[in-house]
Design a binder for this molecule. Structure first.
Ligand code: BGC
Length: 763
């Protein structure tokens, strides 16, 4: 990866001004009795024998010294240590684990060193296994577009299997931050803007990583829903920026995917970098202790983000490193990542009485308990088997990567059925910087991938076409810069072709951590290339590479067909070709709204009506909630995605339209495929609460179902609504629901009417 990735946060780690906030809770209440109640006796015995330094060591996680390239590619260089120093730290009991190494021999060496330490406490090996390990799966945002949680479970399972096979016990995933501002680069790591989809994907991924046989299973990797919390609400979409989110919005929007992850059994979480309404998450006692542990009964481990505790200084919340360590541990951060501040300061903080020993013991107990659950006390080498047959990039895992790739591709438009293309008898010009760029199809979190042969679109097409000589590939321009003669070459290729496929969009480096953009359009140089190619009059199919929602107001009219291709990983090209050439129809849906213009962000479909809703979006009505140049709606809404079939929605049946307080309402609709190709449709159920004591969104997704219909076939889809589905966070900040009238839609996406009805929730 590039140099700027390595150094990007150096500026931020510069010490900030010190602000004294000494009135924070010092003598924090001890964890609940049940923490202790579940603890095996040997852990308490161990804690009784540990020195303060050994305790602080159990709460200290550092980037792997070996294979540092992986850690450094993802994080700024900070507190690195030499291999020999890291081995020595392990022997001295000063390290709980390391992260972002994939070298099983190194893991073996460190675990052997741990077995030589005084108390022989096993090491924990963590890694950012975000969208695959050596097999690269589509980025999580792309995979969310499948609207198929089971697919996410399967890819997480496969990634965990690969990771565990080299000794990894813990993944810093899934990223479950709701992301509604497409400028923010990290939306690519999550499941988009919607709470329901976010919850389902979070749960599925946790189940996938952790497996079904318990954490001690050698193929289980403990999950870490992150970043807790509201990291995606960064002001201006600027990474690491301030968030100021009301408690209601936290509870309604940002918390639920975390709760789903914990309900699915996730035993760790990561405190986010951001502050929330003035209090950094890493020092937020209310968030980490009152809510997470108190309300939700979370008994697992909270780890800081990378130097997150140290960054309390730059936030202006902690005076110095000692203060930062004190604030973080008192708030409920059990483990410090990469700053080494706990190791440095916890012993003296306990000795001085600023942090009670019981507080440290509580965190140590949680960490040891996790290690016990992972089976590491029984066999520290249970995931470290250097001579076992390789589990990397098995044929079935690569086939899954291809399936996941094709299921993530969203068809936004398809005028005159220009798609699918034919595999023979058609001359194709493949144009654009993404046509032949394997690196960019991998996406931002590929630290360990073992494949440099790649599967970009050109490669995929050559393998798919009956006669590859009918394909001409031209870059035309770079991602941001023109290429000399590029446009002319592209135009000539287009003229010589029957159809043009333009692989354009964002490079891999345009999204991910610290990859915020001020504009979310395709870079101008690529738009210019598209304009020139479109002017030839040849049919144009745009295949986007992207890690975020894009504003396609200028792009979409230039193309007959547009596919959203995200970053699809190890089998990107083949997966795209499965859809382009119709071996499999497109079945994915947008997990984020694609607005018309950049200036609309943050844009999300479940916004409020406001007091002046726009009655006729196509017209410029004065004094209404709209922009002067664009209506307040998406160009391609959340949930949108076409198929190669022709779906008709009809036969809405909501019974007597009355939902008893303790009962259920069945909503049925009939979906028919009037087209000539089989297709998979994602049928969506939306609801709107007409009047409530807290204003409610214009619509909210309540359920969805993916169905396959052969040509001419129909199917009845049935949804069940209960009172619990209609809960919202009331004036008292508690979940509530109020009787009254609701709109209901069964629709192919948000913001289209589909089938509309009303029902009444009875008191
Ligand atoms: C990111 C985390 C990641 C950690 C370790 C941080 O910069 O915010 O998501 O898990 O680095 O690589």
């Amino acid at each position: 990866m590039t140099q700027h990735r390595i150094t990007r946060r150096q500026l931020l780690t510069a010490a900030g001004a010190a602000t004294l906030l000494s009135q924070l809770p010092m003598g924090l209440a001890l964890g609940r009795a049940r923490d202790g109640a579940k603890t095996p006796a040997f852990i308490d015995d161990l804690i009784g024998r540990m020195s303060l330094v050994e305790k602080a060591g159990q709460l200290t996680l550092m980037a792997s010294a070996s294979q540092n390239g992986a850690a450094a590619a993802a994080n700024p260089i900070s507190n690195t240590s030499a291999v020999s120093a890291q081995v020595a730290a392990v022997k001295a009991g000063q390290l709980t684990g390391v992260f972002n190494s994939s070298n099983v021999l190194w893991h073996e060496r460190l675990q052997k060193a741990a077995m030589q330490s005084r108390l022989k406490i096993p090491m924990l090996f963590a890694a950012d296994v975000i969208h695959g390990f050596t097999t690269v799966f589509p980025v999580p945002l792309g995979e969310a577009a499948s609207f198929e949680p089971e697919l996410a479970r399967r890819t997480a399972r496969a990634a965990a299997m690969e990771a565990a096979a080299v000794g990894i016990d813990w993944t810093f995933a899934p990223m479950v931050d709701i992301a509604r501002d497409a400028r923010w680069g990290r939306g690519v790591e999550g499941s988009g803007e919607d709470v329901l989809l976010g919850r389902r994907m979070a749960a599925a991924r946790v189940h996938g990583f952790q497996g079904e046989r318990g954490l001690a299973d050698p193929e289980a990797v403990v999950a870490c829903p992150k970043h807790f919390c509201a990291y995606g609400a960064a002001e201006g979409g600027l990474d690491y920026n301030t968030t100021d989110v009301s408690e209601r919005v936290l509870r309604q929007t940002y918390f639920p995917p975390f709760q789903a992850g914990f309900d699915a059994g996730a035993m760790t979480t990561m405190a986010s970098f951001n502050e929330i309404s003035g209090i950094p998450a890493t020092a937020n006692h209310w968030l980490l202790d009152d809510v997470l542990r108190g309300e939700w009964d979370f008994t697992g481990v909270v780890v800081s983000d990378y130097t997150g505790d140290e960054e309390l200084i730059a936030h202006g919340f902690a005076r110095d490193g000692r203060d930062a360590a004190r604030l973080a541990i008192l708030a409920g951060v059990d483990m410090s990542m990469q700053s080494a501040l706990y190791l440095k300061h916890l012993p003296s903080l306990v000795e001085s009485g600023e942090v009670r020993m019981a507080v440290v013991d509580r965190s140590v107990r949680r960490v040891l308990q996790l290690k016990a659950q992972l089976g590491l006390f029984d066999d520290p080498f249970r995931r470290i088997k250097p001579s076992a047959p390789s589990r990397q990039r098995l044929p079935e895992t690569l086939e899954l990567a291809r399936e996941a790739a094709r299921k993530s591709v969203v068809l936004l438009k398809n005028e005159d059925d220009v798609l699918p293309l034919r595999t023979s008898g058609q001359r194709i010009a493949l144009i654009g910087p993404l046509a032949q760029d394997w690196d960019s199809t991998k996406g931002p979190w590929t630290l360990f991938e073992g494949d440099d042969t790649g599967s970009d679109l050109a490669t995929g097409m050559k393998q798919t076409l009956a006669d590859p000589s009918l394909l001409q590939v031209v870059a035309g321009c770079g991602y941001q810069k023109p290429l000399a003669g590029g446009v002319q070459e592209a135009v000539a290729a287009a003229r010589a072709a029957d159809v043009v496929v333009m692989a354009i969009g964002e490079s891999r480096d345009d999204s991910g951590e610290a990859r915020s953009r001020t504009s979310i359009t395709v870079p101008q140089v690529q738009q210019d290339l598209l304009d020139a190619v479109a002017a030839t009059g040849k049919p144009v199919v745009v295949v986007l590479g992207n890690g975020r929602a894009l504003a396609l107001g200028k792009l979409a009219p230039k193309a007959q067909a547009v596919l959203v291709g995200w970053y699809l990983g190890s089998r990107s090209g083949l997966g795209l070709c499965d859809v382009l050439f119709g071996a499999h129809g497109p079945s994915a849906r947008l997990p984020v709204s694609f607005p018309r213009e950049s200036g609309q962000v943050p844009y999300y479909y479940d916004h409020k009506t406001t007091g002046r809703p726009d009655p006729e979006p196509e017209k410029l009505s004065p004094f209404k909630t709209r922009y002067m140049t664009a209506p307040n709606s998406a160009l391609f809404p959340f949930g949108h995605g076409l198929t190669y079939g022709r779906m008709e929605y009809g036969g809405l049946d909501i019974g007597d339209g009355r939902l008893p307080a303790d009962g259920a309402l069945t909503v049925r609709a009939t979906i028919s495929n009037r087209g000539s190709r089989a297709a998979e449709e994602v049928v969506q159920l939306y609801v709107h609460d007409r009047v409530a004591s807290i204003t409610r969104p214009v619509q909210e997704l309540k359920d969805f179902r993916k169905i396959r219909l052969e040509p001419g076939a129909s199917a009845q889809v049935e949804f069940t609504l209960r009172r619990a589905d209609l809960l919202f966070i009331g004036q008292d900040l508690k979940p509530t629901v109020e009787p009254g009238l609701f709109d209901v839609w069964v629709a192919p996406s948000a913001e289209v009417d589909g089938l509309h009805g009303t029902f009444e929730l009875l008191g």
